[in-house]
Ligand binder design. Sequence first.
Ligand code: TRP
Length: 458
Amino acid sequence: MAETTSATRGNWNSKMGFILAAAGSAVGLGNIWRFPTEVASNGGGAFLLIYLLCCFAIGFPVMVAELSIGRKTNRNPVGAFKALSSNKFYPLIGFWGVLCGVMILSFYTVVAGWTFSYVFEEILFFTGFTEWAALFADVSHGVKNAIFSVLFMGATVSIILGGVSDGIERATKFLMPVLIGILLIMIGYVAFQPGAEVGFAEYLKPDFSMISAPLVFSAMGQAFFSLSLGMGALITYGSYLSKKENIPEAAAYVTLADVGIAFLAGLLIMPAMYMAESFGVNIFNDSGELLASTDLIFQVLPALFHSLSTTAGLIFGTSFFLLLSMAALTSTISLLEVPTSYVIDEFNVQRKKAATLIGGGILIISLIISFDISLINSIDFIFSTVGLPLGGFLICYFLGYVWKVENVFKELEQGYQGLHTSLFKTIWPIFIKYIAPLAILYNLLEAIGFITYIQELF
Ligand code: TRP
């Protein structure tokens, strides 16, 4: 194993830099593509409520756990479990994380490629060079799609090559405020459009009768996906974190930023759906349910942009997709950083070689699956909705019963002076040892039952 010190492995330059990088990892297509789609297909407000609960009761405690493991060990997820226990089983948690990361990145690259291509599609549309009809079908297949996936992976690899502080940290720093600004302006615009109130009601008024096992399961998966948890991305980011930092505080900022942006995205997209309907976009499927797929982002939002004047449409349409591409980029960076740091640490390979080979390998998977949207959805379900909570459960178990909370406190107190008198110290162990793992386990078992039920139907 390569013996690396924190000095040679790289470190974040500043506390703000770390929080922004972790928030950059969290905020991405998960907030703006995946979240509204999940909300719409799971009955609006009820989903929102359960999702928020999962973020705060499961996500936040697990985030503190991952960051602590990473900072304590200074290692990638596999190496971290090796360092904390001599039992050969536990590094498998890290391996599972690396595998989930690879598979998530493979479909994420495809969707990020679509997002990036829309920057140009919007320009072509507003300058009168393309017709809008059937655009998505055109983008999502074939050569165009492949080109944009390649571009996106290329951008991800080149930032990873820059290393921790120069690459990742610098790229994230200025993007987030601009993204929030654009979201707010657009929410303000949509709020006064016809149909908006229906969308707001759908989103903000929970219908408790909609709460069901599959809904809870999806909400939990979404919480893990959106907060970048369950696969060791934050173990890796924690490994570059200085001992001076207050981990629970940083985790709280990251959680709030991510949940806040997801919430804003819902405030934009739910009303925009009904607005788009008044422009003739079909937002219900054949059985009368809300359309809940990738089309939301790639059809409904463009309908909104196209309702603006040419100049405003050009400005908002292109900058929205550009910012979303950037948000996706700060997420793909964290996804690629996990397998890359694994190979660097454990096999003593240079960063350049590791990032290029792994990025190239994942790109090949992306190019294969990009031809089949249903394949993308299946991989997303297996590795995000199921895989991440499973990883999260194992992390809770490891931390609560193998490494133990007392040892975590020793790690945390270095940057958290008030730890011993804090409410956090009393409450967090209850969540990490009991509430979070039991809630995850219950949902996973329920889901297995649900799957057999589905199988019985056929
Ligand atoms: N959280 C990101 C998003 O919402 C996706 C992501 C980045 C991710 N890194 C991750 C998901 C690690 C799971 C694990 O778009």
